[in-house]
Ligand binder design. Structure first.
Ligand SMILES: [Zn+2]
Length: 149
């Protein structure tokens, strides 16, 4: 039938009820995005033009994309990474994820000197899938790529 798997449907419903997806849709409208269906009940908001630190920002089930279609096609794991963030919203009961994410990013900065390498949300979403380098690997291997610890 091509329907959405039950677990993704549950995530979709939770993120509507907890208001994270409606906020994501409003941000998409505010940023001039074009909405389309993504995998597993996600909404891909292409052409999003609000300033952001990353090339993709997920709010609820809405993936706000600052990439054009060619750039997105060149990063096939990015949507999978963002889908994990959508699940994190469902686990955090929606918008409480935002301050929790900020705390996790601050913790990451203190521990790893970047906002992602020690950020539990990014680590669990898959650093490599999101296009992040893992500062912990750089520390382990040293500047010449040799093992130091
Ligand atoms: Zn991420």
């Amino acid at each position: 039938m091509g329907g959405v798997d039950t677990r993704w449907r549950v995530r979709q419903v939770l993120n509507v009820v907890n208001l994270s997806t409606p906020v994501g849709l409003l941000l998409g409208v505010a940023g001039g995005a074009r909405f389309g269906k993504g995998p597993d009940g996600l909404v891909l908001a292409r052409g999003w033009r609000l300033p952001a630190h990353a090339s993709a920002v997920t709010i609820g089930n809405v993936v706000l994309l600052r990439l054009d279609d060619a750039a997105l096609a060149a990063r096939p794991t990015l949507v999978r990474h963002e889908a994990r963030h959508a699940s994190q919203y469902a686990c955090c009961l929606g918008l409480p994820m935002l301050p929790l994410y900020v705390l996790a990013a601050a913790w990451s900065w203190l521990r790893c000197r970047d906002f992602s390498s020690c950020n539990v949300f990014e680590v669990r979403a898959g650093l490599a899938d999101g296009g992040y380098r893992d500062a912990r690997d750089r520390r382990r291997t040293g500047p010449a790529g040799r093992e130091v610890a």
